[in-house]
Design a protein around this ligand. Sequence first.
Ligand SMILES: NC(=O)c1ccc[n+]([C@@H]2O[C@H](COP(=O)([O-])OP(=O)(O)OC[C@H]3O[C@@H](n4cnc5c(N)ncnc54)[C@H](OP(=O)(O)O)[C@@H]3O)[C@@H](O)[C@H]2O)c1
Length: 289
Amino acid sequence: MKKILLIGKTGQLGGELIKDASVFNFAIISFDRTELDVTNEAQVEEKIIASQPDILINTSAFHVVPKCETEPAAAMAVNFVAVDKIARLCKKHQIKFVTYSTDYVFDGEKGSAYEENDSPKPLQIYGISKLAGEYAAVNAYPEGTFIIRTNGLYGGATGSPDKGGNFVLNIIKEAKGKNIIEVSSEQIVSPTYAGDLSQATLKLLGSRAEPGIYHLVNEGQCSWAEFTQTIFRLAGIETEVKPVDRGGASGAMKRPKFSVLKNTKAKALGIELPSWQEGLKSYFNFLNK
Ligand SMILES: NC(=O)c1ccc[n+]([C@@H]2O[C@H](COP(=O)([O-])OP(=O)(O)OC[C@H]3O[C@@H](n4cnc5c(N)ncnc54)[C@H](OP(=O)(O)O)[C@@H]3O)[C@@H](O)[C@H]2O)c1
């Protein structure tokens, strides 16, 4: 049985990987930030030596997007420098390296779904820092690095500890006591359930997939407004959703307008996530358990 060392134990995706690993025949050992801080290279190497994994999966990120604008050095430390150093350590210890990236490496101007080999062009520090991490890891350890890009991730009972929840939980909270709420209609995305992403990642690792960049997202696309309407229907919330076009702007910062990701490489190996509607249903089943 292959052993995974997981970074990001308390996160949305980390929690799902811990639940799913044994189902896919992997042993898993995980650490939280107090035990392993990705910005502490010596600590990362110490954990690799102590746990002797076959695969290191890094789900950590500095990903509150507006905070990346005001704290670029901190964003770069986690999303770029740490990823570079972990890739080098994985090469040194001959471990497969899996790390996650984002639709925000693209500018959203293509007008159709982005494939794995499309040219990135990030619009803000978050995307720049994640892209720098991608380049660094692939450059340092091309023969062992898997970059998995995903989009609009949600999962877990309380969502992301760093983001204070996730879109699903936060929009439900926001709707409380309101007859109508405004939600952006211009951003088209592929929102992805962390449970589906976890399973697809483990399938990929159990397959003959070559190292490289993969897009793993729930299938299909929607605006955040349409996503919200579906959330409210599943949650039995009667608040009306008013779609508004904010032009992709969030203060001075830009977000990509059309950042749907297309899974072509994993799909060729038979690995495909369910539709975003199915992903959302699975999340509600989990929340209602
Ligand atoms: N969420 C999204 O919408 C989205 C979209 C596209 C891509 N992604 C990518 O998908 C991946 C997983 O996202 P997620 O939503 O599962 O994240 P998450 O729920 O916010 O979890 C991130 C985890 O990283 C840990 N972490 C943060 N800084 C760390 C550090 N310096 N050292 C060690 N651990 C640290 C956090 O620990 P603490 O609990 O101690 O903070 C947390 O366990 C990330 O790479 C993210 O960029 C996410």
